[in-house]
Design a protein around this ligand. Structure first.
Ligand code: SAH
Length: 220
């Protein structure tokens, strides 16, 4: 890895190892997810002034009133997506943000289709993934409430902003066996949900309480 990607001090491999040890203590079990998070430099996804805090277990600001999700949430959502599905070939992500979750996902599935409504954030994410030479991602600047019908159906959907209810278009774009991980509810009282589509319909599991930025409509 080139030196700026590798990091030093608070952005070094040792700091990433400590983050992964904390994720294990917090209950993350998927070795695949832990390995990818151990090897992906998170500090390049935030402004340089915040780089030394990139591995703390907090969300951090990425501009435009948005935040990079905390490491635990990224790990948990990715694990929830993968552990019911085995191999995933097409995954829809809503809320590219700075692209960190996108980068983790892209190393674990065949292709990620990522939707972001704020154009400058999408541009930043593209640059970060280019720097990491991650190429199996397609990006669109749009309101993720519409999903991405041209590439549907998907076998995984991961949503990083919280709508009041699951958007109908996303349910429709789930293939049989598809797993969707999505926070829903009003700000301050959201629940993480996992939805699995089978021939019997949609099975919904309600998981832990979480705190996400709101899912907004339209584009900026
Ligand atoms: N996984 C991202 C999370 C960023 S915060 C990261 O770790 O950086 C959530 C993101 O969802 C923000 O970038 C926000 O602009 C985006 N978002 C919110 N509502 C959206 C919508 N309807 N469609 C697409 N993106 C949306």
């Amino acid at each position: 890895m080139n030196p700026s990607l590798q990091g030093i001090g608070m952005t070094s491999q040792r700091t990433r190892d400590r983050m992964v040890n904390r994720l294990i203590e917090q209950g993350i079990r998927s070795k695949k997810v832990l390995d990818v998070m151990r090897n992906t430099p998170r500090h390049i996804f935030v402004d340089e002034a915040l780089a030394s805090r990139a591995y703390e277990d907090n969300p951090l600001p990425i501009g435009y009133n948005q935040t990079i999700s905390q490491p635990y949430i990224v790990a948990r959502m990715t694990e929830l997506l993968l552990n019911k599905a085995g191999h995933l070939s097409k995954v829809l992500e809503i809320g590219t943000g700075c692209g960190y979750q996108t980068a983790i996902l892209a190393q674990l599935v065949d292709h990620v289709y990522s939707v972001e409504r704020i154009l400058p954030l999408q541009k930043k994410a593209k640059n970060h993934l280019f720097e990491l030479k991650i190429k199996n991602v397609s990006y669109i600047h749009n309101d993720g409430g519409w999903g991405w019908p041209e590439y549907a159906p998907f076998d995984g959907i991961l949503v990083s902003a919280a709508p009041p209810e699951i958007p109908e278009a996303l349910l429709q774009q789930m293939a049989m066996g598809c797993v969707m991980v999505i926070p829903t509810g009003e700000s301050g009282r959201q629940t993480l949900q996992r939805v699995i589509r089978s021939d019997k319909g949609y099975e919904v599991e309600e998981l832990e309480l979480v705190s996400f930025v709101p899912f907004l409509s339209g584009r900026e």
